[in-house]
Design a protein around this ligand. Structure first.
Ligand code: FAD
Length: 509
């Protein structure tokens, strides 16, 4: 019997554990650093509520890193605490991905995997969709007044409403969602965004911004596809790991942090772990890292697989020099805030998005700061890349990610344009939008990827091959968001589960 050890029961780990343990000839063991509630019924209620992001200072189910970076630390990982926005990247991202990592990652190859994973309750029978997969996808039809007004303003500005943001390029857009009339609901209260008496949005005012963004009116706004089932967050623990939990060949071990890989020469034979005061080793034929973009990279570095100067400075014996952490990416996000006195109780954090060029405008429904509404202006294909490093080989010391946002003049210019567009859309004056203003309002989308990039062995940026196997190391695969070698034009959750499913099914781990 092949034994496979999966490190991390997060978004990717849940999918991988469920897929691999479907084979009774394989024994699968998962180590999760955070709590593993044995049944869905034991999950704290706030983790099931998709309107609530349990990441505040009081949260006991997150990893925290400098720079306001958080990650889920529990069964389901970040997929158990995220915004449930489940959206596929554009085909162009897969063209870029397959250009560096081979045809396995072309859009034609990954589309069937996306389709098999989903049960799209609105468009499942449309071409390029699925109805038989484990992940329920739906879109809100009962919008908050803020979302409805945002959509009205987008329409008034001349943007097209896209009924299905997951429709692949080349497939005809469905005319409307089954649950709606195709238009957006009119708000029943005075406008929130601008001065009383608006909408005063004039399409002509956008002409210069469109020209600079290289966008046209075929890009537009739409309701966000959500992994939500009957009002509950339907993360990968819910859709994949819980249904597999009773299998005799699957063991999921809670509150166990893997601290280092155990190698014989260049072959990984197991891991060292810590559980409270207990320390131990577990051996396996295959080890798969699903610890996420921060911790998978950190584990490699602590185990001697990383940039040579960094390993030397940490006093870690070098097993294999590799550019781990050297080229990571994320979506910088500028928060444009304005007062509103009606907090409401949103069912989900994001109901609409507006896409224009590689900018995404996100009218968040919760108030992250009491009394203030926020529209996030996110840059989806930034030029700037970041770097993850460790300051200590001690596994209890958090990794450090220098995002290096806004280093590129192009990135700053795009974000300035995005903020100007938001101001126009809101009928508000913002500014001056200089670099200092951008830095003061800068945040992260929490979409870190690419710390262990995929690519051929001769690629100076590549850590793993096209199947996620670590170059130069045997019996070790990385199968989470850290391997994605290009910035993604949409949020990464859908891509993470697709990636895990594809690696489980085809990579022979
Ligand atoms: C607050 C927040 C909101 C987000 N909202 C969205 C959204 O709405 N839509 C979207 O597309 N994306 C969103 N994202 C991003 C998305 O959730 C993540 O990118 C995705 O879940 C990453 O999956 P992963 O499997 O790579 O890592 P994770 O899901 O983070 O899983 C890693 C797992 O490994 C465990 N682990 C780590 N180290 C160890 C170790 N040494 N030993 C044992 N276990 C370990 C962790 O505890 C965790 O359970 C959000 C992220 C955050 C943090």
């Amino acid at each position: 019997m092949t034994s496979t050890l999966i490190i991390g029961a997060g978004s990717a780990g849940c999918v991988l554990a469920a897929r691999l343990s479907a084979d009774p000839a394989r024994s699968v063991r998962v180590f999760e650093a955070g709590p593993v509630y044995r049944t869905m019924g034991e999950l704290p209620v706030e983790l099931l509520d998709p309107g609530h992001l349990p990441v505040g200072p009081e949260s006991r189910v997150v990893w925290r890193y400098p720079g306001n970076l958080v990650r889920g630390k529990l069964i389901g990982g970040s997929g158990s605490i995220n915004g449930s926005y489940f959206i596929r990247p554009p085909a162009a991202d897969f063209a870029a991905w397959s250009a560096v990592a081979g045809p396995r990652w072309s859009f034609e190859s990954v589309l069937p995997v996306f389709c098999d994973l989903e049960h799209d309750l609105d468009f499942g029978n449309a071409p390029g969709h699925g109805v038989a997969g484990p992940i329920p996808i739906s879109r809100t039809s009962d919008f908050t007044a803020f979302s409805a007004e945002f959509a009205e303003r987008c329409a008034a500005a001349g943007f097209t409403e896209i009924p299905d943001l997951n429709t692949p390029t080349g497939f005809e857009q469905p005319r409307s969602t089954p649950s709606k009339s195709g238009g957006c609901i009119r708000q029943k209260r005075p406008p929130i965004l601008g001065s009383p008496g608006v909408p005063d949005v004039e399409p002509a005012r956008f002409a210069d911004v469109f020209a600079r963004l290289g966008a046209n009116h075929t890009e537009g706004f739409g309701t966000v596809p959500l992994a939500v089932s009957r009002g509950r967050r339907a993360g990968p623990a819910f859709t994949h790991l819980y249904p597999a939990m009773g299998r005799p060949n699957l063991t999921v071990t809670s509150d166990t942090m893997v601290t280092r890989l155990v190698l014989r020469g260049t072959r990984v034979i197991g891991v060292e772990w810590a559980r409270g005061r207990e320390r131990g080793r577990t051996y396996a034929d295959q080890t798969v890292l699903c610890a996420g973009a921060v911790e998978s990279a950190a584990l490699l570095i602590r185990s001697g697989i990383g940039p040579e100067p960094l390993l030397r400075s940490l006093g870690v014996p070098i097993v294999r020099p590799a550019p781990v952490g050297a080229w990571c990416t994320d979506h910088p996000e500028i928060g444009v805030e304005f007062p509103d006195d009606e907090p409401g109780e949103p069912a989900v954090p994001l109901e609409y998005v507006l896409e224009i060029g590689d900018l995404e405008l996100r009218p968040y429904t919760p108030m992250f700061t009491p009394g203030l509404r926020r529209i996030g202006v996110a840059l989806m294909h930034p030029e700037s890349t970041g770097e993850l490093t460790l300051v200590s080989a001690d596994p209890t010391v958090p990794a450090h990610v220098d995002q290096r946002y806004l280093r590129s003049e192009r990135d700053r210019a795009r974000l300035r344009d995005g903020v100007a567009l938001t101001a126009d859309l809101l009928g508000r004056r913002i500014g001056p939008i200089d670099d200092a203003w951008l830095h003061a309002n800068l945040g992260t989308s929490q979409h870190l990827s690419g710390t262990c990039r995929m690519g051929p062995a001769h690629d100076e940026r590549a850590v793993v091959d096209e199947q996620g196997r670590v170059h130069g190391i045997e019996a070790l695969t990385v199968a989470d968001l850290s391997v994605v070698p290009v910035p993604l034009g949409r949020g990464p959750q859908a891509t993470t589960v697709m990636l895990a499913a594809a690696i489980a099914d085809h990579a022979g781990v």
